[in-house]
Design a protein around this ligand. Structure first.
Ligand code: NAG
Length: 318
């Protein structure tokens, strides 16, 4: 097998293509096929922790998935709740990152100006640093870096997509709120936060929500300077899940406000419902042609919507 691979590599290299290469068990010193704690990766302004899972079969330019736990959670705990990612990481060639917040009841900071600002020095900056470190370490495909999260992790996924749209190609998030919904709250946890957002009390127009997204990251330096061209971010496509029996993070308004937010960013409107997708009791809400924005409404499901890893990977395109 190894011999064949080497032959293949030699052949590929001879015609000048980027050769996919097995990365070896730990050229980078990181153990494979096991959840591993990483002691350091660079600047870490908010004392995040990091575990990751990398399969021993990684080849070429793998994908990266950043998976964020909910409040009171941890990276390893979330890994146990999203086991499908580890199982599928080998055949789909990706590394999954499981950071932990150890502040504010282990919630992600989705409230302070520093976290709601690109490179503002908050949790979002720390997570961006983790993603960049992992992309370099594993020689990842920059077009195949994705984010997912549950509850507080979904709230943070929406923040990361807003503050670092250049880092992520797609979002799949579960039981969260729109990006910036907790702006100005004294904290981000059920204990520390202003509950108005979680209770569904923050409502804005699509344009207002889009402005909140855009305020988190200044426009990039682009080509066609001076003509206003190439100066818009390309935002990741968004898929968001919510259970209609969620009495913790108000279903109706937070789900709807998120769909309004990303619908405006992606300039798509509700097109149709597909019932019993991906499983009975769930409704897939398609926006536009379904390539930029999708909602999954889970009937009778509470705050914890189980992670649908296979659907997530399909959305990510890996
Ligand atoms: C689509 O499904 C959602 C969730 O079940 C529901 O709230 C909404 O009314 C449906 N829309 C249409 C047009 O049927």
């Amino acid at each position: 097998m190894l011999f064949k691979t080497l032959i293949l590599l030699a052949g590929t290299a001879a015609v000048g293509h980027a050769a996919p290469s097995p990365q070896g068990p730990s050229a980078d010193g990181i153990p494979r096929d096991v959840l591993t704690q990483i002691p350091s990766w660079g600047p870490n302004p908010t004392n995040l922790q990091l575990h990751l899972y990398a399969p021993s079969t990684l080849t070429g330019k793998p994908s990266i998935i950043l998976a964020l736990h909910g409040c009171f959670g941890t990276g390893p705990g979330h890994a146990a709740m999203t086991q499908g990612f580890q199982t599928l990481s080998s055949s789909r060639n990706f590394v999954v990152l499981y950071p932990s917040s150890i502040n504010d009841n282990n919630c992600w900071d989705v409230a302070s100006l520093s976290s709601l600002t690109r490179d503002g020095g908050g949790d979002s900056t720390g997570l961006a640093t983790i993603v960049r470190w992992a992309s370099t370490t594993f020689n990842a495909d920059p077009k195949r870096v994705f984010i997912t999260g549950s509850s507080s992790g979904c709230m943070m996924s929406n923040v990361m997509a807003s503050a670092y749209p250049d880092l992520f190609s797609a979002v799949s998030c579960y039981s969260g709120v729109p990006a910036g919904c907790l702006a100005g709250s004294p904290g981000s946890s059920p204990i520390s936060a202003d509950q108005t957002c979680a209770n569904g009390g923050i409502r804005k127009t699509g344009e207002e929500w889009a402005a909140v997204v855009k305020a988190m990251a200044p426009l990039p330096e682009g080509k066609g300077k001076g003509k206003g061209k190439g100066r818009e971010w390309k935002y990741p496509k968004v898929q968001t899940w919510h259970g209609d029996n969620d009495f913790f993070v108000n279903y109706f308004h937070n789900f709807e406000e998120q769909l309004k937010q990303w619908g405006t960013i992606h300039e798509v409107e509700f097109t149709r419902n597909e019932t019993s997708v991906p499983v009975p009791g769930y409704t897939k809400m398609v926006y536009g042609d379904g390539t930029k924005l999708v909602g999954y409404s889970a009937s009778g499901v509470g705050h914890v919507v189980p992670q649908h890893e296979v659907v997530d990977l399909e959305w990510f395109g890996i």
